[in-house]
Design a protein. Structure first.
Length: 256
């Protein structure tokens, strides 16, 4: 009887008891010094001020001119204001050139107004006559006054032809012809409006259109010859056949 009970204990109870005993030291062995079990999931994480190195947690060592962040993520340290990280291991001073200033981030610098960044220096912007400074990170740092255009390093007066005026376009032709004139060979020529026409200020075309009932012919307007069973179309300068008629050799004939 006793032998049977002992046999049952060895077969069923002892494996369970042994597994519990073995699990406790395993847990203590897998949790390294300066680490804590994760609040969620399995495994562990290093305490504040330490970072994982293989199966251990080593103390965060901030380099010179840096401070510890006391965070569990990242490198554990950041550079002081006025210093920047190099190769993820050191903090070097941000060298600000003459006529420059340190960016609020403390990691870079910019040039003062009136100076342009060239390499590691700030060079003074030379503004030509009839020009003015602009706050742009590209270009020469200046633009020309209205009525002038940039030619190399100078601002030269824009030659506006008679019957023309300066426009506000930032590109292309800097001047436009007055109404009633069109551009031709750098001049503004008057639009000659033929009989039975009116001025048209579209950006293309002759500058005029024929009145309703007339069509363009060369430099003039001829009356539209409307055949029988036809009428002027929507443009007013051509004709089309009435319903149930079709165009045939300049006439409108009944549809078969």
């Amino acid at each position: 009887m006793w032998a049977d009970a002992r046999m049952l204990w060895v077969i069923f109870v002892w494996p369970i008891f042994a597994s519990v005993l073995l699990a406790m030291p395993v847990l203590s062995q897998t949790l390294p010094e300066n680490a804590s079990a994760r609040s969620y999931g399995d495994g562990w994480e290093c305490n504040v001020g330490y970072r994982p190195t293989g199966a251990t947690c080593t103390a965060v060592v901030a380099p010179e001119n840096a401070f510890e962040t006391n965070r569990t993520y990242g490198s554990g340290w950041e550079c002081l204001h006025g210093y920047r990280m190099v190769d993820g291991t050191d903090c070097v001073a941000v060298v600000v050139p003459d006529d420059g200033f340190l960016d609020p981030s403390g990691e870079r610098w910019h040039c003062l107004r009136g100076f342009l960044k060239v390499g590691d220096t700030c060079q003074e912007i030379v503004v030509p006559q009839n020009g003015y400074l602009v706050d742009k990170t590209y270009g020469p740092g200046w633009e020309c006054d209205r009525g002038y255009e940039q030619v190399d390093d100078l601002c030269t007066a824009i030659a506006v032809p008679i019957n023309g005026y300066l426009n506000t376009a930032g590109y292309g032709q800097p001047w436009t012809c007055e109404r009633g004139f069109f551009q031709q060979d750098g001049r503004c020529e008057a639009v000659v409006i033929p009989d039975f026409a009116y001025f048209d200020d579209a950006a293309y075309g002759e500058g005029w259109k024929c009145q309703r009932g007339y069509k363009a012919s060369g430099s003039g307007c001829d009356a539209v010859d409307i055949p029988e069973n036809a009428h002027l179309d929507r443009s007013g300068n051509r004709w089309e056949c009435n319903r149930n008629f079709q165009k045939s050799k300049g006439l409108c004939v009944l549809k078969n």
